[in-house]
Ligand binder design. Structure first.
Ligand SMILES: Cc1cc2nc3c(=O)[nH]c(=O)nc-3n(C[C@H](O)[C@H](O)[C@H](O)COP(=O)(O)OP(=O)(O)OC[C@H]3O[C@@H](n4cnc5c(N)ncnc54)[C@H](O)[C@@H]3O)c2cc1C
Ligand code: SF4
Ligand code: SF4
Length: 426
Protein backbone atom coordinates (compact mmCIF):
# COMPACT_ATOMS: atom_id res chain seq x y z
CA UNK A 1 0.00 0.00 0.00
CA UNK A 2 3.10 2.18 -0.24
CA UNK A 3 3.04 3.67 3.22
CA UNK A 4 6.34 5.45 3.61
CA UNK A 5 8.16 3.69 6.46
CA UNK A 6 8.51 -0.09 6.93
CA UNK A 7 5.49 -1.67 8.55
CA UNK A 8 5.79 -2.69 12.16
CA UNK A 9 5.16 -6.44 12.52
CA UNK A 10 4.02 -8.30 15.64
CA UNK A 11 6.57 -10.22 17.72
CA UNK A 12 3.94 -12.37 19.40
CA UNK A 13 0.24 -13.14 19.37
CA UNK A 14 -0.55 -10.67 22.13
CA UNK A 15 0.89 -7.85 19.96
CA UNK A 16 -1.89 -8.49 17.45
CA UNK A 17 -4.53 -8.51 20.16
CA UNK A 18 -3.28 -5.59 22.25
CA UNK A 19 -2.85 -3.44 19.13
CA UNK A 20 -6.52 -4.02 18.39
CA UNK A 21 -5.88 -5.88 15.15
CA UNK A 22 -7.62 -9.15 16.08
CA UNK A 23 -11.29 -9.70 15.34
CA UNK A 24 -11.31 -13.24 16.71
CA UNK A 25 -11.61 -15.37 13.56
CA UNK A 26 -10.21 -18.48 15.25
CA UNK A 27 -7.56 -19.38 12.65
CA UNK A 28 -4.58 -19.06 14.99
CA UNK A 29 -6.15 -21.52 17.39
CA UNK A 30 -6.74 -23.97 14.55
CA UNK A 31 -3.07 -23.62 13.54
CA UNK A 32 -1.50 -23.85 16.99
CA UNK A 33 -4.04 -26.12 18.69
CA UNK A 34 -6.26 -25.64 21.73
CA UNK A 35 -3.39 -26.71 23.98
CA UNK A 36 -1.47 -23.56 22.97
CA UNK A 37 -4.20 -20.99 22.35
CA UNK A 38 -7.39 -20.48 24.32
CA UNK A 39 -10.19 -18.06 23.58
CA UNK A 40 -11.10 -15.79 26.50
CA UNK A 41 -13.22 -12.73 27.15
CA UNK A 42 -10.92 -9.75 27.65
CA UNK A 43 -11.60 -6.96 30.17
CA UNK A 44 -12.97 -4.96 27.20
CA UNK A 45 -15.55 -7.67 26.45
CA UNK A 46 -13.87 -9.08 23.36
CA UNK A 47 -13.38 -12.74 22.68
CA UNK A 48 -9.67 -13.11 21.96
CA UNK A 49 -6.97 -15.75 21.61
CA UNK A 50 -4.44 -16.03 24.42
CA UNK A 51 -1.24 -18.02 24.27
CA UNK A 52 -1.31 -20.51 27.14
CA UNK A 53 1.80 -22.35 25.96
CA UNK A 54 4.56 -20.85 23.79
CA UNK A 55 3.72 -21.28 20.12
CA UNK A 56 6.00 -23.50 18.03
CA UNK A 57 8.10 -21.33 15.69
CA UNK A 58 6.43 -22.84 12.60
CA UNK A 59 2.97 -22.17 13.96
CA UNK A 60 3.79 -18.55 14.77
CA UNK A 61 5.29 -18.09 11.30
CA UNK A 62 2.06 -19.43 9.78
CA UNK A 63 -0.10 -17.21 11.97
CA UNK A 64 1.94 -14.20 10.88
CA UNK A 65 1.28 -15.04 7.23
CA UNK A 66 -2.39 -15.90 7.50
CA UNK A 67 -3.92 -13.85 10.33
CA UNK A 68 -6.53 -11.63 8.61
CA UNK A 69 -6.17 -9.05 11.35
CA UNK A 70 -2.72 -8.09 10.09
CA UNK A 71 -2.89 -9.21 6.45
CA UNK A 72 -5.39 -8.18 3.81
CA UNK A 73 -4.74 -9.19 0.21
CA UNK A 74 -6.86 -8.32 -2.79
CA UNK A 75 -7.67 -10.65 -5.67
CA UNK A 76 -8.11 -8.05 -8.42
CA UNK A 77 -5.61 -9.48 -10.89
CA UNK A 78 -6.92 -13.00 -10.59
CA UNK A 79 -10.49 -11.84 -11.01
CA UNK A 80 -9.60 -9.58 -13.94
CA UNK A 81 -8.16 -12.66 -15.63
CA UNK A 82 -11.55 -14.27 -15.11
CA UNK A 83 -13.20 -11.33 -16.90
CA UNK A 84 -14.50 -9.49 -13.82
CA UNK A 85 -14.88 -5.71 -13.63
CA UNK A 86 -12.94 -4.05 -10.81
CA UNK A 87 -14.49 -1.01 -9.16
CA UNK A 88 -12.19 1.24 -7.16
CA UNK A 89 -14.42 1.05 -4.06
CA UNK A 90 -16.32 -2.19 -4.54
CA UNK A 91 -13.54 -4.35 -5.95
CA UNK A 92 -14.00 -7.22 -8.39
CA UNK A 93 -17.45 -8.37 -9.53
CA UNK A 94 -19.15 -10.01 -12.47
CA UNK A 95 -22.79 -9.14 -11.79
CA UNK A 96 -24.88 -7.48 -9.09
CA UNK A 97 -28.52 -8.31 -8.41
CA UNK A 98 -31.38 -7.67 -6.06
CA UNK A 99 -32.92 -10.97 -5.00
CA UNK A 100 -34.11 -13.29 -2.29
CA UNK A 101 -34.58 -16.92 -1.33
CA UNK A 102 -37.50 -18.39 -3.27
CA UNK A 103 -38.49 -20.49 -0.25
CA UNK A 104 -40.75 -18.13 1.76
CA UNK A 105 -39.82 -19.75 5.06
CA UNK A 106 -36.08 -19.20 4.48
CA UNK A 107 -36.75 -15.68 3.29
CA UNK A 108 -38.74 -14.94 6.46
CA UNK A 109 -36.35 -16.46 9.02
CA UNK A 110 -33.09 -15.19 7.54
CA UNK A 111 -31.25 -11.97 8.26
CA UNK A 112 -32.60 -10.16 5.20
CA UNK A 113 -33.64 -12.08 2.06
CA UNK A 114 -32.14 -15.47 2.89
CA UNK A 115 -29.75 -15.59 -0.06
CA UNK A 116 -26.84 -17.07 1.93
CA UNK A 117 -29.02 -19.72 3.54
CA UNK A 118 -30.68 -20.64 0.24
CA UNK A 119 -27.31 -20.90 -1.55
CA UNK A 120 -25.73 -22.96 1.23
CA UNK A 121 -28.71 -25.32 1.32
CA UNK A 122 -28.61 -25.63 -2.46
CA UNK A 123 -24.89 -26.52 -2.46
CA UNK A 124 -25.60 -29.22 0.08
CA UNK A 125 -28.72 -30.67 -1.48
CA UNK A 126 -27.32 -30.62 -5.02
CA UNK A 127 -24.45 -32.78 -3.76
CA UNK A 128 -21.75 -30.17 -4.48
CA UNK A 129 -20.87 -29.87 -0.80
CA UNK A 130 -20.97 -32.53 1.91
CA UNK A 131 -21.33 -29.90 4.61
CA UNK A 132 -21.42 -26.16 5.21
CA UNK A 133 -18.92 -24.65 7.64
CA UNK A 134 -20.72 -21.77 9.35
CA UNK A 135 -21.77 -20.35 12.70
CA UNK A 136 -25.02 -20.48 14.64
CA UNK A 137 -26.34 -19.63 18.08
CA UNK A 138 -24.91 -21.94 20.72
CA UNK A 139 -27.56 -24.38 21.97
CA UNK A 140 -26.23 -24.35 25.54
CA UNK A 141 -25.32 -20.65 25.75
CA UNK A 142 -27.55 -18.79 23.25
CA UNK A 143 -25.77 -15.44 23.65
CA UNK A 144 -22.63 -17.06 22.21
CA UNK A 145 -22.12 -18.61 18.78
CA UNK A 146 -20.65 -21.95 17.80
CA UNK A 147 -18.91 -23.02 14.61
CA UNK A 148 -20.81 -25.93 13.06
CA UNK A 149 -20.63 -28.29 10.13
CA UNK A 150 -24.18 -28.30 8.76
CA UNK A 151 -25.00 -31.57 6.98
CA UNK A 152 -28.67 -31.02 6.18
CA UNK A 153 -30.91 -28.29 4.84
CA UNK A 154 -32.50 -28.16 8.28
CA UNK A 155 -29.12 -27.50 9.94
CA UNK A 156 -28.40 -24.72 7.43
CA UNK A 157 -31.77 -23.07 8.06
CA UNK A 158 -31.08 -23.32 11.79
CA UNK A 159 -27.96 -21.16 11.20
CA UNK A 160 -29.84 -18.42 9.34
CA UNK A 161 -29.72 -14.88 10.67
CA UNK A 162 -27.07 -12.44 11.87
CA UNK A 163 -24.94 -13.08 14.94
CA UNK A 164 -24.05 -9.64 16.26
CA UNK A 165 -21.45 -10.93 18.65
CA UNK A 166 -18.11 -12.79 18.64
CA UNK A 167 -17.80 -15.77 16.30
CA UNK A 168 -14.71 -17.88 15.58
CA UNK A 169 -15.63 -19.70 12.34
CA UNK A 170 -12.06 -20.65 11.41
CA UNK A 171 -11.46 -22.55 14.65
CA UNK A 172 -12.81 -25.72 12.98
CA UNK A 173 -11.04 -25.36 9.65
CA UNK A 174 -8.72 -28.32 10.24
CA UNK A 175 -11.65 -30.51 11.22
CA UNK A 176 -13.25 -29.55 7.89
CA UNK A 177 -10.09 -30.15 5.86
CA UNK A 178 -9.15 -33.36 7.66
CA UNK A 179 -12.56 -34.79 6.72
CA UNK A 180 -11.35 -34.94 3.12
CA UNK A 181 -14.85 -33.87 2.03
CA UNK A 182 -16.00 -30.99 -0.12
CA UNK A 183 -17.58 -28.15 1.78
CA UNK A 184 -18.71 -24.54 1.43
CA UNK A 185 -17.86 -21.80 3.91
CA UNK A 186 -20.10 -18.92 5.03
CA UNK A 187 -18.67 -16.04 7.03
CA UNK A 188 -17.79 -12.40 7.35
CA UNK A 189 -15.32 -10.85 4.90
CA UNK A 190 -12.44 -11.17 7.39
CA UNK A 191 -13.24 -14.87 7.84
CA UNK A 192 -13.12 -15.33 4.08
CA UNK A 193 -9.83 -13.42 4.00
CA UNK A 194 -8.40 -15.79 6.62
CA UNK A 195 -9.41 -18.76 4.50
CA UNK A 196 -7.98 -17.27 1.30
CA UNK A 197 -4.69 -16.49 3.04
CA UNK A 198 -4.53 -19.95 4.55
CA UNK A 199 -5.30 -21.45 1.11
CA UNK A 200 -1.92 -20.16 -0.07
CA UNK A 201 -0.26 -22.38 2.56
CA UNK A 202 -2.49 -25.46 2.39
CA UNK A 203 -3.68 -26.69 -1.05
CA UNK A 204 -6.50 -28.65 0.55
CA UNK A 205 -8.50 -25.42 0.89
CA UNK A 206 -8.79 -24.91 -2.87
CA UNK A 207 -9.38 -28.64 -3.43
CA UNK A 208 -12.11 -29.02 -0.85
CA UNK A 209 -13.74 -25.64 -0.25
CA UNK A 210 -16.02 -25.30 -3.27
CA UNK A 211 -17.45 -21.88 -2.38
CA UNK A 212 -16.81 -18.99 -0.04
CA UNK A 213 -19.97 -17.02 0.68
CA UNK A 214 -19.83 -13.74 2.60
CA UNK A 215 -22.15 -11.30 4.26
CA UNK A 216 -21.37 -7.61 3.95
CA UNK A 217 -20.11 -6.50 7.35
CA UNK A 218 -20.06 -3.05 8.92
CA UNK A 219 -18.45 -4.29 12.14
CA UNK A 220 -18.56 -7.27 14.46
CA UNK A 221 -19.81 -6.20 17.88
CA UNK A 222 -18.00 -7.39 20.99
CA UNK A 223 -19.81 -9.59 23.50
CA UNK A 224 -20.76 -6.61 25.68
CA UNK A 225 -23.34 -5.54 23.06
CA UNK A 226 -25.38 -8.64 23.94
CA UNK A 227 -24.50 -8.62 27.63
CA UNK A 228 -25.66 -5.01 28.05
CA UNK A 229 -28.90 -5.71 26.23
CA UNK A 230 -29.68 -8.61 28.57
CA UNK A 231 -28.58 -6.75 31.70
CA UNK A 232 -30.82 -3.80 30.78
CA UNK A 233 -33.69 -6.28 30.97
CA UNK A 234 -32.59 -7.34 34.45
CA UNK A 235 -31.12 -10.71 33.47
CA UNK A 236 -27.71 -12.34 33.11
CA UNK A 237 -26.26 -14.64 30.47
CA UNK A 238 -27.27 -17.80 32.36
CA UNK A 239 -30.94 -16.76 32.25
CA UNK A 240 -31.11 -16.53 28.45
CA UNK A 241 -32.69 -19.34 26.42
CA UNK A 242 -32.84 -17.56 23.04
CA UNK A 243 -30.93 -14.61 21.57
CA UNK A 244 -31.90 -13.51 18.10
CA UNK A 245 -30.65 -10.23 16.72
CA UNK A 246 -32.88 -9.90 13.64
CA UNK A 247 -34.68 -12.05 11.05
CA UNK A 248 -38.25 -13.40 11.19
CA UNK A 249 -39.02 -10.43 8.98
CA UNK A 250 -36.69 -7.93 7.40
CA UNK A 251 -35.03 -6.55 9.37
CA UNK A 252 -37.14 -8.27 12.02
CA UNK A 253 -36.77 -7.65 15.73
CA UNK A 254 -34.09 -8.56 18.21
CA UNK A 255 -35.62 -11.09 20.59
CA UNK A 256 -34.45 -12.33 23.96
CA UNK A 257 -36.22 -15.23 25.66
CA UNK A 258 -35.42 -16.11 29.25
CA UNK A 259 -35.59 -19.38 31.14
CA UNK A 260 -38.40 -18.02 33.33
CA UNK A 261 -40.67 -17.96 30.26
CA UNK A 262 -40.47 -14.25 29.42
CA UNK A 263 -39.75 -12.72 25.99
CA UNK A 264 -38.49 -9.24 25.09
CA UNK A 265 -38.16 -7.58 21.69
CA UNK A 266 -36.43 -4.52 20.26
CA UNK A 267 -36.79 -3.09 16.79
CA UNK A 268 -33.72 -2.89 14.58
CA UNK A 269 -33.71 0.89 15.06
CA UNK A 270 -33.86 0.55 18.84
CA UNK A 271 -30.97 -1.91 18.75
CA UNK A 272 -28.70 0.34 16.64
CA UNK A 273 -29.91 3.95 17.10
CA UNK A 274 -27.28 4.78 19.74
CA UNK A 275 -23.87 4.59 18.05
CA UNK A 276 -22.10 4.69 21.43
CA UNK A 277 -23.63 1.24 22.09
CA UNK A 278 -22.49 -0.43 18.87
CA UNK A 279 -19.53 -1.99 20.72
CA UNK A 280 -17.55 -2.27 17.49
CA UNK A 281 -14.17 -3.93 17.74
CA UNK A 282 -11.16 -1.64 17.11
CA UNK A 283 -10.09 -3.63 14.04
CA UNK A 284 -13.54 -3.18 12.49
CA UNK A 285 -13.23 0.61 12.61
CA UNK A 286 -10.46 0.50 10.01
CA UNK A 287 -11.52 -2.68 8.25
CA UNK A 288 -10.00 -2.64 4.74
CA UNK A 289 -12.59 -5.08 3.45
CA UNK A 290 -16.06 -5.21 4.95
CA UNK A 291 -17.47 -6.04 1.53
CA UNK A 292 -16.01 -9.49 0.92
CA UNK A 293 -13.77 -8.79 -2.03
CA UNK A 294 -12.30 -12.28 -2.07
CA UNK A 295 -15.59 -14.16 -1.61
CA UNK A 296 -17.29 -15.92 -4.50
CA UNK A 297 -20.67 -14.40 -3.68
CA UNK A 298 -21.54 -11.62 -1.24
CA UNK A 299 -24.95 -10.91 0.23
CA UNK A 300 -25.94 -7.60 1.81
CA UNK A 301 -28.91 -5.65 3.04
CA UNK A 302 -30.78 -3.55 0.54
CA UNK A 303 -32.26 -0.46 2.10
CA UNK A 304 -31.93 2.69 -0.01
CA UNK A 305 -30.09 5.25 2.12
CA UNK A 306 -28.94 2.37 4.36
CA UNK A 307 -31.70 2.41 7.00
CA UNK A 308 -34.84 0.28 6.99
CA UNK A 309 -37.98 2.41 7.04
CA UNK A 310 -40.14 -0.49 8.19
CA UNK A 311 -40.50 -4.21 7.71
CA UNK A 312 -40.46 -5.73 4.24
CA UNK A 313 -40.58 -9.23 2.79
CA UNK A 314 -36.77 -9.53 2.63
CA UNK A 315 -34.29 -8.61 -0.06
CA UNK A 316 -30.53 -8.93 -0.57
CA UNK A 317 -28.06 -7.18 -2.77
CA UNK A 318 -25.99 -9.98 -4.31
CA UNK A 319 -22.50 -9.37 -5.69
CA UNK A 320 -21.22 -12.27 -7.74
CA UNK A 321 -17.48 -11.85 -7.64
CA UNK A 322 -15.82 -14.91 -9.22
CA UNK A 323 -16.35 -17.45 -11.99
CA UNK A 324 -17.09 -20.03 -9.31
CA UNK A 325 -19.66 -17.64 -7.90
CA UNK A 326 -21.24 -17.15 -11.36
CA UNK A 327 -21.60 -20.89 -11.88
CA UNK A 328 -23.21 -21.40 -8.49
CA UNK A 329 -25.44 -18.35 -8.80
CA UNK A 330 -26.71 -19.25 -12.29
CA UNK A 331 -27.40 -22.85 -11.40
CA UNK A 332 -29.16 -21.81 -8.16
CA UNK A 333 -31.39 -19.40 -10.11
CA UNK A 334 -32.08 -22.06 -12.76
CA UNK A 335 -33.00 -24.50 -9.99
CA UNK A 336 -35.50 -21.97 -8.62
CA UNK A 337 -33.61 -21.55 -5.35
CA UNK A 338 -33.13 -17.80 -5.73
CA UNK A 339 -35.58 -15.28 -7.16
CA UNK A 340 -34.03 -12.32 -8.92
CA UNK A 341 -35.92 -9.05 -8.82
CA UNK A 342 -33.60 -6.87 -10.90
CA UNK A 343 -29.98 -6.07 -11.77
CA UNK A 344 -28.18 -3.55 -9.58
CA UNK A 345 -25.35 -1.13 -10.25
CA UNK A 346 -22.32 -0.03 -8.28
CA UNK A 347 -24.22 3.19 -7.52
CA UNK A 348 -26.99 1.12 -5.93
CA UNK A 349 -24.40 -0.61 -3.74
CA UNK A 350 -22.90 2.72 -2.68
CA UNK A 351 -26.32 4.17 -1.96
CA UNK A 352 -27.28 1.25 0.27
CA UNK A 353 -23.86 0.94 1.97
CA UNK A 354 -22.55 4.51 2.43
CA UNK A 355 -20.58 3.48 5.55
CA UNK A 356 -18.63 0.96 3.48
CA UNK A 357 -17.79 3.61 0.91
CA UNK A 358 -16.59 6.03 3.60
CA UNK A 359 -14.37 3.37 5.14
CA UNK A 360 -12.74 2.56 1.82
CA UNK A 361 -12.19 6.23 1.02
CA UNK A 362 -10.53 6.94 4.37
CA UNK A 363 -8.59 3.68 4.68
CA UNK A 364 -5.17 4.67 3.41
CA UNK A 365 -5.06 7.94 5.34
CA UNK A 366 -6.32 6.33 8.55
CA UNK A 367 -3.68 3.62 8.38
CA UNK A 368 -1.06 6.25 7.73
CA UNK A 369 -2.24 8.17 10.80
CA UNK A 370 -2.07 5.04 12.95
CA UNK A 371 1.36 4.16 11.61
CA UNK A 372 2.60 7.67 12.33
CA UNK A 373 1.55 7.11 15.93
CA UNK A 374 3.75 3.98 15.99
CA UNK A 375 0.85 1.53 15.95
CA UNK A 376 0.71 -1.90 14.38
CA UNK A 377 -1.46 -1.81 11.25
CA UNK A 378 -2.53 -4.48 8.78
CA UNK A 379 -0.42 -5.08 5.71
CA UNK A 380 -2.85 -4.26 2.89
CA UNK A 381 -2.03 -5.32 -0.64
CA UNK A 382 -3.96 -5.11 -3.88
CA UNK A 383 -6.99 -3.31 -2.45
CA UNK A 384 -6.57 -0.03 -4.42
CA UNK A 385 -6.26 1.89 -1.16
CA UNK A 386 -3.75 4.44 -2.44
CA UNK A 387 -5.65 4.93 -5.70
CA UNK A 388 -8.81 5.52 -3.65
CA UNK A 389 -6.99 7.99 -1.38
CA UNK A 390 -5.76 9.90 -4.45
CA UNK A 391 -9.36 10.37 -5.50
CA UNK A 392 -10.10 12.16 -2.17
CA UNK A 393 -9.27 15.79 -1.47
CA UNK A 394 -6.03 16.58 0.35
CA UNK A 395 -7.98 18.06 3.24
CA UNK A 396 -10.14 14.94 3.63
CA UNK A 397 -7.07 12.71 3.67
CA UNK A 398 -5.37 14.99 6.16
CA UNK A 399 -8.41 14.99 8.42
CA UNK A 400 -8.66 11.17 8.26
CA UNK A 401 -4.95 10.72 9.01
CA UNK A 402 -4.95 13.22 11.88
CA UNK A 403 -8.15 11.78 13.34
CA UNK A 404 -6.72 8.25 13.29
CA UNK A 405 -3.42 9.39 14.78
CA UNK A 406 -5.25 11.17 17.59
CA UNK A 407 -7.51 8.18 18.27
CA UNK A 408 -4.49 5.89 18.27
CA UNK A 409 -2.69 8.07 20.79
CA UNK A 410 -5.87 8.11 22.90
CA UNK A 411 -5.80 4.32 22.98
CA UNK A 412 -8.87 3.78 20.80
CA UNK A 413 -7.08 1.08 18.79
CA UNK A 414 -5.58 -0.66 21.80
CA UNK A 415 -6.99 -3.51 23.84
CA UNK A 416 -6.28 -4.55 27.41
CA UNK A 417 -4.13 -7.62 27.99
CA UNK A 418 -5.62 -10.69 29.62
CA UNK A 419 -3.84 -11.32 32.90
CA UNK A 420 -5.91 -14.16 34.33
CA UNK A 421 -6.84 -16.73 31.70
CA UNK A 422 -8.96 -18.88 34.02
CA UNK A 423 -11.10 -15.91 35.07
CA UNK A 424 -11.46 -14.66 31.50
CA UNK A 425 -12.76 -17.88 29.96
CA UNK A 426 -16.01 -17.23 28.09
C1 LIG B 1 -21.58 -8.44 12.34
C2 LIG B 1 -22.46 -8.15 11.15
C3 LIG B 1 -22.38 -6.92 10.51
C4 LIG B 1 -23.17 -6.66 9.38
N1 LIG B 1 -23.04 -5.47 8.70
C5 LIG B 1 -23.71 -5.29 7.54
C6 LIG B 1 -23.49 -4.16 6.72
O1 LIG B 1 -22.70 -3.28 7.04
N2 LIG B 1 -24.17 -4.07 5.54
C7 LIG B 1 -25.03 -5.06 5.13
O2 LIG B 1 -25.60 -4.95 4.06
N3 LIG B 1 -25.24 -6.14 5.87
C8 LIG B 1 -24.61 -6.28 7.06
N4 LIG B 1 -24.83 -7.38 7.82
C9 LIG B 1 -25.36 -8.53 7.07
C10 LIG B 1 -26.78 -8.77 7.15
O3 LIG B 1 -27.16 -8.80 8.48
C11 LIG B 1 -27.10 -10.10 6.51
O4 LIG B 1 -26.41 -11.11 7.23
C12 LIG B 1 -26.69 -10.24 5.07
O5 LIG B 1 -27.38 -9.27 4.38
C13 LIG B 1 -26.96 -11.62 4.54
O6 LIG B 1 -28.33 -11.81 4.54
P1 LIG B 1 -28.98 -13.20 4.23
O7 LIG B 1 -30.45 -13.06 4.44
O8 LIG B 1 -28.48 -13.70 2.91
O9 LIG B 1 -28.35 -14.08 5.38
P2 LIG B 1 -28.86 -15.44 6.02
O10 LIG B 1 -29.51 -16.27 4.95
O11 LIG B 1 -29.62 -15.17 7.25
O12 LIG B 1 -27.48 -16.15 6.38
C14 LIG B 1 -26.60 -15.55 7.27
C15 LIG B 1 -25.36 -16.40 7.28
O13 LIG B 1 -24.34 -15.64 7.88
C16 LIG B 1 -23.74 -16.39 8.91
N5 LIG B 1 -23.40 -15.44 9.98
C17 LIG B 1 -24.25 -14.66 10.68
N6 LIG B 1 -23.57 -13.90 11.56
C18 LIG B 1 -22.27 -14.22 11.42
C19 LIG B 1 -21.08 -13.79 12.05
N7 LIG B 1 -21.09 -12.86 13.01
N8 LIG B 1 -19.90 -14.34 11.66
C20 LIG B 1 -19.87 -15.29 10.68
N9 LIG B 1 -20.96 -15.72 10.04
C21 LIG B 1 -22.15 -15.20 10.40
C22 LIG B 1 -24.78 -17.39 9.38
O14 LIG B 1 -24.16 -18.53 9.91
C23 LIG B 1 -25.51 -17.68 8.07
O15 LIG B 1 -24.86 -18.71 7.39
C24 LIG B 1 -24.05 -7.66 8.93
C25 LIG B 1 -24.14 -8.89 9.59
C26 LIG B 1 -23.34 -9.14 10.70
C27 LIG B 1 -23.45 -10.48 11.38
S1 SF4 C 1 -7.52 -12.32 13.74
FE1 SF4 C 1 -7.79 -14.53 13.82
S2 SF4 C 1 -5.76 -15.40 13.39
FE2 SF4 C 1 -5.46 -13.23 13.90
S3 SF4 C 1 -5.00 -13.22 16.09
FE3 SF4 C 1 -7.21 -12.91 15.88
S4 SF4 C 1 -8.16 -14.95 16.03
FE4 SF4 C 1 -5.96 -15.22 15.63
S1 SF4 D 1 -15.75 -5.06 9.98
FE1 SF4 D 1 -14.18 -6.23 8.93
S2 SF4 D 1 -12.86 -6.99 10.59
FE2 SF4 D 1 -14.76 -6.35 11.54
S3 SF4 D 1 -15.97 -8.24 11.66
FE3 SF4 D 1 -16.55 -7.13 9.78
S4 SF4 D 1 -15.26 -8.00 8.14
FE4 SF4 D 1 -14.39 -8.58 10.13
Amino acid sequence: MDLSSPLRRPDKLSDIVENGMCMGCGLCQAIAGKESIEFVTTPDGRVRPVETRPLAADDWALVQLTCPGINVAGVDEHRRDEGAEVDMIWGPYHKIFLGYASDPDIRFRSASGGVLTALAKYLLESGQASFILQVQASASRPMRSDTVKSHSGRDVIHSAGSRYGPTTPLDCIFEALDSGQKFAFVGKPCDIMALRLYAKEDPRVDDQCIAMLALICGGGPEFYKSRDLVEELGYTENDVSLMRYRGYGNPGRARVETRDGKAFEKTYQELWEDESKWCSQPRCRICPDGIGESADIVSGDYWPGCNPTGEDAGFNSIMVRSNTGMEIFESAVAAGVLTIDQSLTIDDMSDTQPHQVRKKEALWARLLGMQTAGHLIPKVNGMRSMETARAQSFSDNLASARGARKRTRNGRFSESPVTDVEKAKP
